[in-house]
Design a protein. Structure first.
Length: 112
């Protein structure tokens, strides 16, 4: 993985409280998408829904603990990691700008 993942692996993933909360919300969104036939995972939409559905304390704590990180990109990276570990194989569009694309990828099922 490239340098752009450092903020996720070296910092955010170690913040158990916030990363576990966002992980559970992201998985819930993916599970809802998986119930629809061949619906792609639009990471921008999924991340937007998760950020709308967390309480204000999540946003406050994120900014206090990780002021140099961008929530959308970090949650996009977390979603990417979740889909890599998923029991369905997913493929995605190529990233145009490394480090910024994780919040705007579209994943398609490549296996049932």
């Amino acid at each position: 993985m490239g340098e752009h993942w450092d903020g996720y692996f070296d910092e955010y993933a170690l913040d158990i409280e916030l990363s576990e909360l966002s992980k559970s919300k992201l998985i819930k969104q993916v599970d809802e998408i998986k119930t629809s036939a061949n619906q792609p995972v639009d990471s921008a939409r999924v991340v937007e829904l998760v950020l709308k559905n967390v309480d204000a304390s999540f946003h406050r704590k994120f900014h206090e603990r990780h002021p140099q990180l961008h929530k959308e990109s970090i949650l996009g990276m977390q979603l990417n990691a979740i889909l890599i570990d998923d029991n369905i194989e997913w493929n995605c569009q190529p990233i145009q700008r490394i480090g910024h694309g994780y919040a705007s990828k579209i994943y398609y099922r490549t296996s049932p």
